[in-house]
Each structure stands twice: as structure tokens, then as C-alpha cells.
Design a protein around this ligand. Structure first.
Ligand SMILES: Cc1ncc(COP(=O)(O)O)c(C=O)c1O
Length: 432
């Protein structure tokens, strides 16, 4: 348990006063009561940056003014709108700008990347994933192998943690990759698991996968904008994400993808093609043979959904101003502070009705912002409802988990203090 914090409310006030990111809170809009005390759902839907409305009105005005000519005459010409995302997304993904692209939505991008990187050959047809991967990813993988005429039960290996653990260890993952190397084609895992909040060691998994002669891809829905990423240096083959969680892009906002240069610069990399991935010099000739753009941009199929990208633009500007070093530092401190307070305050008491466990690994680099708390004896929803009534906006996941994510750009230490104080009135921490 980290011990460098104090248990008083005054201390949380002090932490907020010393917070170099405190001013960014006013860049966001907060839902009113009953969620007045704290919004801890950035892992589900990030808050609206205030500038989103202004940027939206600006594009509406340009549409009104220019009609179709807005594609080249608008202040941010729509023909090139998506290109402005390459730089900030590359910073967040730890990539080169030509390795990232804002396009489509998450599961759509996963399908596109699977079309490129699932290349079964001979005995090498298997896919390793997590048993607890998000259902959409499992559905995508199942439908993919069925398209090839395989039985998902025989081809997809779903990893589960060893008996006593709530988290899959890197050793377990790498051991399975090594064991299945003769039949392995692809590894698809999340960067941060949506349920447990566990962050995976993407670098070691990537190394192990390549040693096994397979490709590796990550679903970064809960990782991008949350934990430090170095996708290029880790030699990850591909990654996909959504922008409505930690990236604050708004409901259903445009997703994103990373394709490592070694594949993106290789025009022979198989892909699902469309005109937006085609060479822009000849795109509007509307004839000829398909010539993919170099880099991740060459995996686009359709023209950019401009109005679905505006929230992301507003949010990425804030990320770039705040800087990832400060964001990462505050995220770690907030997480450790919350864990510290739970240890210190959720202590044994006969009158407390709920027993809780922290299922997110608490050691550094094994988690992001989110802490997942398992509530024992089927009483989780009761505790969740109780905390919600007290004004804490949290997230409930069947069958027994409450997920809480303090986000560096807009949450305060005082909110964490108030939350844990309320939690401690009802719950006792069971140490694993
Ligand atoms: C980890 C993860 N993967 C995939 C999805 C599906 O995303 P989409 O509906 O944008 O395809 C989600 C949605 O919350 C998710 O959390």
C-alpha cells in the first residue's frame, strides 16, 4: 500500500491546490445533479470539452456558407480534415504521424485490421485472445474465423488467469504464445482490460508474438489517452481504438487505428480498399487502379466524418496543451491516492454491509486511471445504487464490478476523497 499520502480532507484540498493541471478542469462541461459530486465515468464516456460547441458551430457556418465548396474553401477544408489528427494521435500512441489515422469506429477498424493481419497459412491458423476481452472483439474474431471456414472453438485460444488470480500475468500470456507457436497466426489483446482495468505489457507480448512468427494487435479503447503508449518502439503490428472514452470525442465519435510503418509503407500489405485510402493526387480522377497511400492513411476506405471528429479535435488540443508527462504523473498519483484511501478507510466494522476487493493490479504500469472494485455476495448493484444516489457517477458492470476512473484532465483529488469517504461508510476492504 502506498503510504505517502495523508487521510485528511485538508490534504486533498492541498493536492488540488498544487495540481499543475487544475486549470484544465474548466475546459470541460460537467453533468448536473444527481451527478454533482464527481464524474468518474471517463472510461465510458469522457466529458464534453467546452470548445466542441464553438468548433461545431464553426463547421455548420462553413457548410451554410460554402455548401460543397467547403471541401476546399472551409477554414478547415473537409477534404483534409482528418489529416490534422495525425500529429496529436501520434503523440498519444507513441507513433510516427504516418502510423496513425482517425477513421471509422472501433469494431469496424478491428474488422479492417483483422482482414489485413489474419493471414492463416498451413498449420498457422490460431488466434490468442483474452477470455475476458470485450464481447465486440470476441464476436469480431469469431465471425472472422468462420469466414475462413474454421470452427472458432478450435482456432481461438481464450486466455484466463490462473486459479487464484484476477489478472492474466505477462508470463501466462507469453507462455501460451510460445506453446502455440507452430499453430499461431495472430494475437489480439486489449491494452487495458475494460473490466479489470489491468494494463498489459504490450512490449513483451509483441516480442513474444514476433518470436512465434505471428502478428500482434491491441484494442486500445481503454488505453489511449489513459496510459503511456510506445506502439512504434514496441513494434506492435496494429492497434485500434475509440475516441469517446479517455479521448472525450463524444458519443460514437470517430475511432482510430495504428499500423506500424513496416506494414504501412509496404504497398503489398493486404487490405480492404476504398477511395479514401487511395493516392490523393489521383483520387478524384475516379478511374484507374487502386494505389494505396503510404502509412495508416492507406487503410482508410471512406471520406472523413467531419462532424463526428469535432469533439476529438477540441479534446486533443487540450491534451497537447496539458502535455502527456503531467497527465501521466497526475493519473498515477490519483490512482495511488484512491488505493491508499481505500486501504486506510475501508476498514473492518460489524455494521458495514458490503465486502469489496480491488481486482485491478495496483503495481505501477499494470493499471491506468480505472480501479475496478468487486463487491461480494451479489450485492454489488445495491452498493452501486447507493453511491450513485449520493451523487457519484460511477459505472456498473455485471455481475459484480464497480468501475471508477478519476481522469487527470478534469477530476479533483477532493472528489476522490469524498468518494472513498462515502464508500468507507458501507464497505470493508477484503485483502487478496
Ligand atoms: C474494449 C472495448 N472494445 C470494443 C468496444 C466497442 O466499441 P465500438 O462500439 O466503438 O465499436 C468497446 C466499447 O465500449 C470497448 O470498451
Amino acid at each position: 500500500m502506498p503510504t505517502k499520502f495523508l487521510i485528511t480532507r485538508a490534504y486533498s484540498v492541498q493536492l488540488d491546490k498544487e495540481d499543475p493541471l487544475a486549470e484544465f478542469r474548466k475546459e470541460f462541461l460537467f453533468p448536473g445533479p444527481p451527478a454533482a459530486k464527481a464524474y468518474f465515468c471517463g472510461h465510458s464516456l469522457g466529458l464534453q470539452p467546452k470548445r466542441t460547441k464553438e468548433l461545431m458551430l464553426h463547421e455548420l457556418a462553413d457548410w451554410e456558407k460554402w455548401g460543397v465548396e467547403g471541401h476546399w474553401k472551409a477554414a478547415n477544408p473537409w477534404l483534409h480534415y482528418h489529416q490534422s489528427f495525425a500529429k496529436p494521435l501520434s503523440v498519444l500512441a507513441g507513433a510516427y504521424p504516418d502510423e496513425v489515422v482517425a477513421m471509422n469506429s472501433l469494431t469496424t477498424n478491428l474488422h479492417f485490421m483483422l482482414a489485413s493481419f489474419y493471414r492463416p497459412a498451413g498449420k498457422k491458423i490460431k488466434i490468442i485472445t483474452e477470455a475476458w476481452n470485450f464481447p465486440s472483439d470476441r464476436f469480431a474474431l469469431e465471425s472472422l474465423v468462420k469466414l475462413y471456414g474454421y470452427d472458432p472453438k478450435k482456432v481461438i485460444i481464450e486466455l484466463k488467469p490462473g486459479k487464484k488470480n484476477t489478472a492474466l500475468t505477462t508470463e501466462e500470456i507469453c507462455a501460451s504464445i510460445q506453446k502455440n507457436k507452430d499453430s499461431l497466426a495472430l494475437v489480439v489483446l486489449s491494452g487495458v482490460n475494460y473490466y479489470s482495468g489491468q494494463a498489459f505489457d504490450m512490449e513483451r507480448i509483441s516480442q513474444a508474438t514476433h518470436l512465434a512468427g505471428a502478428f500482434v494487435g491491441f484494442d486500445l479503447a481503454h488505453a489511449i489517452g489513459n496510459i503511456p503508449l510506445h506502439l512504434h518502439d514496441w513494434k506492435v503490428d496494429f492497434a485500434v481504438w475509440c475516441s469517446y472514452k479517455y479521448l472525450n470525442g463524444g458519443p460514437g465519435a470517430v475511432g482510430g487505428a495504428f499500423v506500424h510503418q513496416k506494414h504501412g509503407h509496404d504497398k503489398t500489405t493486404p487490405r480492404m480498399a476504398g477511395w479514401w485510402g487511395h493516392d490523393h493526387n489521383t483520387r478524384f480522377n475516379l478511374e484507374g487502379t487502386y494505389k494505396p497511400l503510404s502509412g495508416a492513411a492507406g487503410f482508410q476506405v471512406s471520406n472523413a466524418p467531419v462532424f463526428n471528429m469535432i469533439g476529438l479535435k477540441a479534446s486533443l488540443d487540450i491534451f497537447m496543451q496539458a502535455g502527456l508527462t503531467a497527465i501521466n504523473k497526475k493519473r498515477t498519483t490519483m490512482f495511488n491516492y484512491m488505493v491508499f484511501l481505500i486501504h486506510a478507510l475501508c476498514t473492518e466494522d460489524q455494521k458495514k454491509a458490503f465486502s469489496i476487493q480491488m481486482i485491478t493490479p495496483v503495481t505501477q504500469q499494470q493499471h491506468g486511471s480505472m480501479l475496478s472494485i468487486r463487491v461480494e455476495k451479489n450485492k454489488g448493484k445495491q452498493l452501486f445504487d447507493l453511491l450513485s444516489k449520493q451523487g457519484f457517477m460511477l459505472d456498473w458492470r455485471e455481475p459484480d464490478v464497480i468501475r471508477i476512473a478519476p481522469v487527470p484532465l478534469y477530476n479533483k483529488y477532493q472528489e476522490i476523497y469524498s468518494f472513498v469517504l462515502e464508500l468507507s461508510k458501507h464497505a470493508v476492504l477484503v485483502r487478496l
